[in-house]
Design a protein around this ligand. Structure first.
Ligand SMILES: [Zn+2]
Length: 59
């Protein structure tokens, strides 16, 4: 028999508890916004790598 225990995780961006279920589309984030914020930070980390300052977006 399965017990309906709610598994929760903490949103890495805003530290809000997020219920881990199929309905929580952006898990482990609480929302799309938090997911994008985290992704944006990750991308800015990438940009900080020295020697990768090419003008690749100029096309
Ligand atoms: Zn959040």
């Amino acid at each position: 028999m399965k017990t309906a225990t709610k598994k929760t995780v903490t949103c890495p961006t805003c530290r809000k508890p997020v219920i881990w279920s199929a309905k929580s589309r952006w898990r482990p984030f609480c929302s799309k916004r938090c997911r994008l914020i985290d992704l944006g930070e990750w991308l800015s980390e990438e940009k900080r790598i020295p020697g990768d300052r090419t003008h690749g977006s100029d096309n």
